[in-house]
Ligand binder design. Structure first.
Ligand code: FAD
Ligand code: 2HG
Ligand code: ZN
Length: 523
C-alpha cells in the first residue's frame, strides 16, 4: 500500500542527521581499540589518527567524504581487512565495545550511506579482491565483496561471460557495494535485478558470526531466503564478504543507436514500437532530456552528435540491442539516418526499426545516430553514462532517483523546475539546471537539480515537494540508489507503517545493539 497524499502531507520536515537524537550512543575508537586491531590486522591495513598509528587526517578524507562531497563524516579510523576472518574479529570486538561501524565499498553511493554520520569506524572492503571460483559451464562466479565491478567484467570477458549489471561507476564500485545497494544500472532491463542474479552471500553478522550462504545452486527452495535481506540493506544488517553471482553469456553482437525525439510525448509510443520490433534483442532503452544531453557534451562525456541531429530535439533515447548470433545482424544497408563517420550500420533489426520509424507518416523520431564500431558504440554509451559525472562537474547535485510512470517523467521535471522558479531559486547563483534522464525500461527517472552550492533554502524548496510529487504518482522515492542517510525521513512516502515496523524488527533481530551503519535506511 502506498501512503495517501493527505497522509504524506503531514509527515515531518527533513531533520538532517536524525540518528544523533534517536540512535543509541556508541563508543568512539580509542587507543586501546587500536591496540586490539593491531593484533588482528597488519599495520598496513590500519589508518587512524590515533596513536600509535597517527595517520594525518587528510589521508582519511576519501573515506570520510562521499562521491558528491555532500556527506561528511569524522571517523578517526579506517580498517582494511583482507579476509573474512579478519572482518569477523573486528566486528566481534566492535560489538563488544559498542563501536559503530560503517561498511564501505568503492564509496560511489549517491545517498550518503557509505560514509559515517559522526565518528563511526569505517570498515573498507577494498583489500578483499580475490576471485574465489568461476565455473565456465554455469557462469557462476564467486568473489570477495571488494572486487571492483569492472575487474570482474574483465575477468569474465575471455570466458565469454559478462556481469549481469553495469553502471557508470563500474571502475570504482565494488560487487559488495552493488549488492548492498541492490544497484540497478544499465542492464537491468535485460538481466533483471540482483535479487535474481545473486545466488549466495557470505556475511559477517553484527556480532561477528560468519553467515555462510555462499551457495552456487541455481535452485534452493528451503524456506526463508535469508540472503535476500542483505541485498539492498546498505550495510545495516551485516558486512558482505563474499558474493556468488550468475554471470550472463556475452552477447556475440551488440549495437546501439541514439534517437533524437521532437517531443517527450513520443517516448512511450517509441518504447512500445521498439519492444515490438526488437523483442528479445532489446537490451537497453535509456532516456536523456535535452538539458542532460547538453551537460554531458559540455563536460566532454562521449562524442557530441552533429548539430543537425540535435536540432529540434526535446529529448533523446539510447537503444541498445544485444544478440547471440552475429550473422543475424550482418546485413548492410544504406538508409536516411545520419551515421557516425558516414559509415554504414550492420544491425539488421535495428536498421529495420529505424527504417520504419523514419518512414512513418508521423515519425516518432527526428534522426537516429547508429554506432559503426566498438569505439562508436562506447562513445554513444559514454554520453548516457557520463551524465552523473557531467552534473557533478557543473555544480552540486540534488539527486532524486524515483520510480514513477514513464508518462510522467517530463511532468515531474517540469513541476520541479516550476517549484524552484516560484521560489525565485532558478538563477545562476542558486539552481542552474533541472535535468531528467534514466531507465525508461525500468520506470526509473533520475531527476537532478544542479545548484551552485548545497543550501538549506534549495533543500527546503525541494523537500518534501519532490517526495509528495512521487507519492502523488504512487511511486517510489528510491528506485535503485537506496535510502542511505539522505532519505531515512522520507521512507514513509513509499513504505507503509506496517512495512517499516517489520524492517525495524528485522534490524533489531540482526543487530540488537544497532552498531551496523547507524542512521542509514532507518532513522
Ligand atoms: P559504497 O558507496 O561504498 O556503499 C554503498 C552502501 O553499501 C553503503 O550503505 C555501504 O555501507 C554499503 N556497503 C558497501 N559495501 C558493503 C559490504 N561489502 N557489505 C555491506 N555493506 C556494504 N547506482 C545504480 O543503482 N545504478 C546506476 O546506474 C548507478 N550509476 C552510478 C554512476 C556513478 C557515476 C556513480 C558515482 C554512482 C552510480 N550509482 C548507480 C550509485 C551506486 O549505488 C553505486 O555506484 C554502487 O552500487 C555502490 O557501490 P560501492 O562499492 O561504491 O558502495
Ligand atoms: C545512472 O543511471 C545512475 O546514471 C546515476 O543511476 C544517476 O546520478 C544520478 O542521479
Ligand atoms: Zn540509474
Amino acid at each position: 500500500m502506498f501512503a495517501a497524499r493527505n497522509v504524506v502531507r503531514r509527515l515531518p520536515q527533513r531533520s538532517i542527521r536524525r540518528w544523533a537524537h534517536t540512535q543509541p550512543t556508541f563508543n568512539p575508537v580509542t587507543e586501546q581499540d587500536i591496540a586490539r586491531f593491531q593484533q588482528i590486522l597488519p599495520a598496513s591495513s590500519i589508518l587512524s589518527t590515533l596513536a600509535p598509528i597517527s595517520t594525518p587526517v587528510a589521508e582519511l578524507s576519501n573515506f570520510n567524504n562521499d562521491w558528491m562531497n555532500k556527506y561528511h563524516g569524522k571517523s578517526t579510523t579506517v580498517l582494511r581487512p583482507c579476509t573474512t576472518k579478519e572482518v569477523s574479529e573486528i566486528v566481534r570486538w566492535c560489538n563488544e565495545r559498542g563501536i559503530a561501524i560503517v561498511p564501505q565499498g568503492g564509496n560511489t553511493g549517491l545517498v550518503g550511506g557509505g560514509v559515517p554520520i559522526k565518528d563511526e569506524l569505517i570498515l573498507s572492503l577494498g583489500n578483499m579482491t580475490k576471485i574465489r571460483s568461476f565455473d565456465p559451464v554455469s557462469g557462476i562466479i564467486v568473489a570477495d565483496s571488494g572486487c571492483i565491478l569492472e575487474a570482474l567484467s574483465e575477468y569474465l570477458a575471455p570466458h565469454n561471460y559478462i556481469m549481469p549489471l553495469d553502471l557508470g561507476a563500474k571502475g570504482s564500485c565494488q560487487i559488495g557495494g552493488n549488492v548492498s545497494t541492490n544497484a540497478g544500472g544499465l542492464r537491468l532491463l535485460r538481466y533483471g535485478s540482483l535479487h535474481g542474479s545473486v545466488l549466495g552471500l557470505e556475511v559477517v553478522l553484527p556480532d561477528g558470526t560468519v553467515l555462510d550462504q555462499l551457495t552456487t545452486l541455481r535452485k534452493d527452495n528451503t524456506g526463508y531466503d535469508i540472503k535476500q535481506l542483505f541485498i539492498g540493506a546498505e550495510g545495516t544488517l551485516g558486512i558482505i564478504t563474499g558474493v556468488s553471482i550468475l554471470a550472463a553469456p556475452a552477447p556475440q553482437a551488440s549495437s546501439n543507436v541514439m534517437l533524437a525525439l521532437p517531443k517527450y510525448e513520443n517516448v512511450l509510443p517509441l518504447f512500445r514500437e521498439v519492444k515490438r520490433q526488437l523483442s528479445e534483442i532489446l537490451s537497453a532503452f535509456e532516456f536523456i532530456d535535452r538539458r542532460a544531453y547538453e551537460l554531458a557534451v559540455k563536460h566532454g562525456q562521449g562524442r557530441a552528435l552533429n548539430d543537425e541531429d540535435v536540432e529540434g530535439a526535446e529529448c533523446f533515447v539510447l537503444v541498445e540491442t544485444s544478440g547471440g548470433k552475429r550473422e543475424h545482424d550482418e546485413e548492410v544497408r544504406l538508409k536516411r539516418f545520419r551515421l557516425l563517420c558516414n559509415i554504414l550500420t550492420r544491425t539488421q533489426k535495428l536498421n529495420g526499426l529505424l527504417e520504419s520509424l523514419m518512414e512513418a507518416d508521423e515519425p516518432l523520431i527526428n534522426t537516429g545516430v547508429l554506432s559503426q564500431s566498438p569505439a562508436q558504440f562506447s562513445q554513444l554509451w559514454a554520453i548516457r553514462e557520463g551524465i552523473t559525472e557531467a552534473v557533478s562537474k557543473e555544480g552540486k547535485a540534488y539527486k532524486y532517483d524515483i520510480s514513477i510512470p514513464v508518462a510522467s517523467f517530463k511532468e515531474a521535471v517540469d513541476k520541479t523546475r516550476e517549484q524552484l522558479r516560484s521560489k525565485g531559486l532558478l538563477r545562476d547563483d542558486a539552481v542552474k539546471h533541472v535535468v531528467g534522464y534514466g531507465h525508461v525500461g525500468d520506470g526509473n527517472l533520475h531527476l537532478n537539480v544542479v545548484a551552485a552550492a548545497y543550501t538549506p533554502e534549495i533543500e527546503a524548496a525541494l523537500e518534501p515537494f519532490v517526495y509528495e510529487l512521487v507519492a502523488s504518482y504512487k511511486g517510489s522515492i528510491s528506485a535503485e540508489h537506496g535510502i542511505g542517510v539522505m532519505k531515512t525521513h522520507a521512507l514513509p512516502y513509499t513504505k507503509n507503517p506496517t512495512s517499516i515496523e517489520i524492517m525495524k524488527r528485522i534490524k533489531a533481530l540482526f543487530d540488537p545493539k544497532g552498531i551496523m551503519n547507524p542512521g542509514k535506511v532507518l532513522e
